[in-house]
Ligand binder design. Structure first.
Ligand SMILES: [Zn+2]
Length: 162
């Protein structure tokens, strides 16, 4: 992950830390490992990816250093819209592919969720699946996950600069 993005997440209080013992047994020094927030593109552990960097994607809205969490959420929703069009996003609970179309039948409507617990993550989930999500995410720890690289989408034309 880009150092400035990790630092920005840390400032927003969204980085979790775990201690892992040093390799050297003579030293009792614990190494602190930083776990940035993640984006879930589906229900499996392998579906977690690192969050995108707005500047790296030439996002037409605010630059990262101008952003508050609300701005980043807005950026991430634009990113999700592009990911949805590419057919890359599945429900974080049931795994069905989500669509971004008007007049979806009630069983297909979904919502964007931001989880801020041991795991900090953005994800999309069907309305009907929301009530199962808390149970599904119980006990999921960021240090158990190996997030994939962020898929690259072009966002330069999807928002106007404020
Ligand atoms: Zn679902």
């Amino acid at each position: 992950m880009e150092p400035d993005l990790l630092e920005w997440f840390a400032t927003e209080g969204l980085v979790r830390y775990s201690a892992s013992a040093s390799e050297d047994s003579d030293e009792s020094e614990a190494i602190e490992v930083a776990h940035p927030p993640l984006v879930a593109l589906g229900p499996r552990d392998e579906d977690f990816v690192l969050p995108p960097h707005p500047d790296a994607l030439r996002y037409a809205g605010k630059r990262l250093h101008e952003m508050r969490l609300q701005d980043y959420n807005e950026f991430l929703f634009r990113w999700f819209e592009v990911a949805l069009r590419a057919g890359d996003v599945r429900c974080a609970n049931c795994g069905r592919v989500l669509r971004d179309e008007p007049d979806l039948p009630p069983t297909d409507t979904w919502d964007a969720i931001f989880v801020e617990k041991d795991l900090v993550a953005w994800m999309l989930v069907h309305f009907d699946c929301k009530r199962w999500l808390a149970k599904k995410l119980t006990g999921v720890q960021p240090f158990d996950l190996t997030p994939r690289k962020t898929p690259c989408y072009s966002l330069s034309t999807s928002a106007t600069r404020h």
